[in-house]
Design a protein around this ligand. Structure first.
Ligand SMILES: N[C@@H](CCC(=O)N[C@@H](CS)C(=O)NCC(=O)O)C(=O)O
Length: 117
């Protein structure tokens, strides 16, 4: 009777141990992040600052260098009419603004929710 009572507890412990064994220790939890895009120019301090903040959050982003103008600059102007400066940042196609706007979101504690970080 005592032995029969102990058995299920031992089994429970073994099950717990198995879960540990089967979980790959170096596997990162899969978190999906929104699409982040940033239009930049070379030698742009505000662009560096915005990218450093995004880097610190560990999110991937697509950078469009519009130093030479071109199609991507036109695209940026269509997505954010009246944009006069770089960077211009988009999170899931929503225009966030520039580096100061991104930093303001971070200060207000709202950036993590937008980036799912
Ligand atoms: N408040 C803006 C300032 C951005 C800004 O002044 N960017 C400069 C480049 S670092 C710019 O675009 N200047 C006009 C231009 O290059 O055409 C921000 O935080 O993003």
């Amino acid at each position: 009777m005592r032995a029969r009572n102990r058995h299920p507890r031992r089994k429970d412990r073994n099950e717990a141990r198995q879960i540990k064994i089967f979980r790959k220790p170096d596997e990162e939890p899969r978190v999906s992040h929104p699409k982040v895009e940033i239009y930049t120019k070379m030698y742009c301090g505000f662009c560096h600052r915005a990218k450093a903040l995004l880097d610190s959050k560990g999110v991937d982003y697509t950078e469009y260098d519009i130093t030479m103008g071109g199609e991507k600059r036109e695209e940026m102007m269509q997505r954010k009419p009246g944009a006069r400066t770089v960077p211009q940042i988009f999170i899931d196609d929503k225009a966030i603004g520039g580096s100061d706007d991104l930093a303001a979101l971070e200060r207000a504690g709202k950036l993590d929710a937008l980036l799912n970080t």
